[in-house]
Design a protein around this ligand. Structure first.
Ligand code: TEU
Length: 508
């Protein structure tokens, strides 16, 4: 509550809170043991109501994480399911093992957990295996059971009644599985045999009836909004790392509307090696595949992926913000990425992530979850406790918000300026054209009727490069607005320059 002004200051309208529900924290909150109460680590329901009040007063919007695919194994439903109690008996996916000729028992099929090992765990008390796409402590709910569907509608309604503005829907591609439970062939066309995450879980992801559920939830949110006094849209963002065909189905099909925006993770594929053509391809992969009339979004980081400053280096932080903030659509920022905060440093004995048995410790997500760096006080102003939940980045004394506030060219200041540009009608409604200027220089142009045109130029290489913006770009308009966030480039954001002038896109 005391930090809400930060959003206002940054020009951020809506924030998503990762799971703060009751949870034993085996997957850091993505293992919910009661969908309708607040984890005492974070506070209580009164605190939440107070937060809602402040959010309203400041004109902000809040999205909750909705984690429908699984519960914690400590959820009351699961405990009762183990005991075969009605109606909880079939809330989860229970199957018998496969008895072998020699009398030994194997799991129901060969399905693997995304966090490593078999996706099935045996419970002696019930004499059956339950299915878990994620950790052993996250049993999958069975959404073919109408009781489960009802329960989850109740959860949505509960938070809507408390006033939240919508949901980030977790792990939606895992909601449904092949009802025949046949063995998976784990075909991996990418040829990367080392990674569980890169394996194609064909029978347990993006299964056709997943989308029915998504469309029903959208209908539910729309009905709720229409029947409310304020009528404002209740937003639905879906989280799925899928191929374009399956991803676009989350937007809807001919007859149904789905998510307002399925998260667009394509820009996370940008690496040091990516040239301007890769930038263009990744951007157009979303734009070209998106159904007509839909709204795009651009994610450059989240709690499951290494931070942008670590993936791409400090020089590319502003460039990635420019993409995410100035391309058409919603910009999604992971807290701290606007500061260029790198992954924090984690010792083996500090690892909390359950996603560490599949591929070894290299894949743990603790580093990107380092606390936000507010100032140079103890624990970077993140907590007054002795120790924060994850180690503070050692460079907090210089990377923090307060010190970046003092520097006009800091990532924080650039981000703020980009956020301000988003108020411009061209950025909100303008068309997009992309241009590969050279191997390393990528540009895109935003135009809207007779309003200002924006030309965004990004150098994705590490060499200083001088380019002439000509041909299609220079003929667009009398003046070009050049956005060059790099240090020492000679231009500041918003500088108006002659279209035939040389544009220096040093660094980024
Ligand atoms: O992640 C869903 C997901 O698809 C994961 O496989 C993701 O790709 C992986 O974590 C990357 O290492 C969501 C949440 O964002 C994640 O934090 C949770 O662990 C997961 O669901 C289970 O709820």
């Amino acid at each position: 509550m005391s930090r809400l002004n930060y959003f206002v200051e940054m020009g951020i309208k809506t924030f998503w809170v990762s799971p703060i529900f009751k949870s034993p924290m085996a997957d850091l909150g993505y293992d919910v043991s009661d969908f309708e109460s607040i984890n005492t680590l974070f506070g209580n329901m009164n605190d939440f109501k107070e937060l809602m009040k402040s959010v309203r007063e400041k004109g902000l919007r809040i999205l909750m994480d909705f984690v429908p695919n699984h519960t914690s194994n400590e959820h009351e439903w699961f405990k009762r399911s183990i005991r075969n109690e009605t109606p909880y008996k079939d809330y989860y996916i229970w199957k018998n093992g496969r008895i072998q000729p020699d009398g030994t028992e194997l799991p129901p099929n060969n399905w693997l957990s995304l966090f490593g090992g078999s996706g099935w765990t045996y419970v002696p008390e019930r004499g059956q295996y339950y299915y878990h796409q994620f950790s052993v402590k996250q049993p999958d709910l069975d959404f073919r059971n109408p009781h489960v569907r009802e329960e989850m509608y109740d959860v949505l309604k509960y938070w809507l009644d408390l006033g939240v503005d919508g949901f980030r829907m977790d792990a939606v591609k895992h909601l449904m599985e092949d009802a025949s439970f046949s063995d998976e062939s784990y075909i991996n066309p990418a040829g990367n045999r080392n990674s569980y995450l890169n394996m194609y879980h064909n029978l347990t992801t993006d299964w056709p009836d997943t989308y029915d559920l998504i469309y029903e939830w959208r209908q539910f949110l729309d009905d709720y909004a229409n029947n409310s006094t304020d009528k404002h849209t209740r937003i639905m963002l879906t989280e799925a790392y899928s191929s374009p065909y399956y991803l676009m189905l989350y937007y809807g099909n001919e007859t149904n509307i789905g998510a307002h925006s399925p998260f667009n993770f394509f820009l996370l594929q940008i690496t040091h090696e990516s040239n301007a053509t890769v930038y263009e391809d990744l951007i157009m992969r979303w734009i070209d595949n998106m159904p007509d009339g839909c709204w795009p979004n651009w994610v450059i980081g989240n709690h499951d992926n290494h931070r942008v400053a670590t993936r791409l280096g400090d020089d590319m932080v502003d460039a990635m913000a420019m993409l995410s903030m100035l391309l058409p659509g919603t910009s999604v920022t992971y807290q701290g990425d606007e500061l260029g905060q790198p992954d924090t440093l984690i010792r083996r004995d500090q690892i909390k992530d359950p996603n560490n048995n599949g591929m070894g410790v290299t894949d743990v997500r603790d580093p990107q979850r380092g606390p936000f760096l507010w100032d140079d006080s103890e624990n970077a102003g993140f907590t007054t406790r002795k120790k924060p939940w994850e180690p503070i980045h050692p460079s907090y004394w210089k990377l923090n918000v307060e010190s970046q506030r003092l520097n006009d060219l800091s990532h924080f200041r650039v981000y703020q300026k980009l956020a301000a540009l988003r108020k411009h009608i061209t950025i909100q409604k303008g068309t997009l054209s992309t241009h590969v200027i050279s191997e390393s220089v990528f540009a895109f142009v935003r135009r809207y009727e007779n309003n200002d045109t924006f030309v965004v130029v990004i150098n994705c290489g590490s060499e200083r490069e001088v380019v002439v913006l000509r041909d299609e770009i220079s003929r667009l308009t009398d003046f070009l607005e050049v956005v060059v966030p790099s240090l020492n480039s000679g231009y500041k954001i918003g500088d108006i320059v002659n279209p035939n002038a040389l544009v220096d896109t040093k660094a980024s």
